[in-house]
Ligand binder design. Structure first.
Ligand code: MRU
Length: 372
């Protein structure tokens, strides 16, 4: 298996995350000692990407609870349960859009409640929670591998010209956004490893540049033939380069009908994909599908601080990091972190369970049936 980057380093009782704000210039791993550190890492986007957010939240609880157990801080089963459940509620306030965090928290809360019912010792509840969090880290890599395999197969079987497959992706959905391998970028990795990829294009992904800072970094790291464009070049690329036969993106939350919340800019890419008659593929683990929401209208879109749009951070010639203002002083700023792409623009949703498509003549997906 070829090397991929690692953004989450974990052994029982120890968690370190790669500070993605410092990439691509510096590789800094920072310890996460407790749920406060986990919450801060997610909120400030040192850790970002829907699956990684959920896993770091769960593992921050695991290391925090582990340390407290070692110090005999839980006097009873109820005390341990109360700490674990209130910590999960707190972690859920870090970022609102990616459903994976809420899904992970709900699964852990159910487990904690169930184990606490029959537990005699607080260690039973805490250890069950730690083991479940650790399993999420393991499962995510395997889920991504399956997404990569299914997605590459789907693309090869559905493009016009199998021998010249170039793709465009948006934001960062790779090893840095997950426990490893990646979703949309996982599909690109699979195409590349199968010898089926001519070229990958990645958008800069304004305003926070996850594409130019992180995806470009991963593509270069793995020697995948690739080119960076800025977001406003996508339509021109599709018009001029017939080899670009698919746009592949990740998801932060997919409603039951297939409406997909993902990084701001995804919607306009879906429109241009339809205009140019190419595939528009959403790649996400089934934990990104929120069956409680019938359509994308219900999805809460996070708004980020204005400074993320009006400033940019990089290296000066002397290699010192600097943040500079790029916008006119006094201008109002709207900075939604995500948008919702309506299901009629989505060709397929690739999950670890297989590829969901619409029934002939339908403009919406039936993801409830797909997952049942
Ligand atoms: O704001 P971010 O960087 O957390 O946004 C990330 C995205 O929108 C990704 O496309 C999505 O989370 C999928 S990551 C596999």
């Amino acid at each position: 298996m070829s090397r991929t980057l690692e953004a989450i380093q974990y052994t029982r009782g120890n968690l370190c995350i790669l500070n993605q704000l410092a990439l691509p210039h510096e590789t800094i791993f920072e310890p996460v000692l407790n749920v406060q550190d986990g919450h801060a890492a997610i909120k400030t986007m040192k850790t970002r990407g829907a699956p990684a957010i959920a896993i770091v939240a769960a593992l921050s609880l695991a290391v925090d609870a582990h340390a407290r157990l070692e110090k005999n801080e839980f006097g009873s089963v109820d005390q341990a349960k109360e700490f674990l459940l209130s910590s999960l509620d707190y972690l859920k306030t870090s970022r609102p859009t990616a459903v994976n965090l809420f899904d992970a928290a709900a699964k852990l809360a159910t487990l904690i409640n169930n184990v606490a019912q029959d537990a005699k010792e607080s260690s039973q509840v805490v250890n069950a929670c730690i083991e479940a969090a650790e399993q999420m880290l393991v499962d995510d890599v395997q889920d991504n591998k399956n997404i990569g395999k299914y997605g590459a197969e789907y693309i090869v079987n559905n493009v016009r010209d199998k021998s010249n497959i170039s793709v465009l992706t948006h934001c960062n959905t790779g090893s840095l956004a997950t426990a490893g391998w990646g979703t949309a970028l996982g599909i690109i990795r699979d195409l590349h490893h199968n010898g089926q990829l001519k070229h990958a294009f990645c958008t800069e992904t304004r305003p926070y540049n996850q594409g130019s800072r992180l995806t470009a970094y991963e593509l270069v790291y793995e020697s995948i033939p690739s080119t960076l464009i800025c977001d406003s070049m996508a339509s021109a690329l599709l018009r001029l380069n017939p080899n670009v036969q698919a746009i592949i993106v990740g998801a932060d939350r997919v409603a039951a009908n297939g409406d997909t919340a993902n990084k701001i800019g995804t919607y306009q890419l879906a429109i241009t994909a339809k205009h140019h008659g190419i595939l528009f593929i959403v790649a996400a683990p089934s934990t990104s599908i929120d069956l409680s929401m019938q359509s994308g209208k219900e999805i809460v879109i996070e708004e980020r601080p204005a400074n993320e749009l009006v400033t940019t951070t990089g290296l000066l010639e002397d290699n010192q990091s600097a943040t500079v203002r790029t916008a006119a002083q006094g201008i109002h700023v709207w900075n939604p972190s995500f948008d919702v792409t309506p299901s009629d623009l989505v060709s397929a949703i690739v999950t670890e369970k297989g590829v969901a498509v619409k029934q002939p003549g339908q403009s919406e997906f039936d993801l409830k049936s797909f997952l049942s």
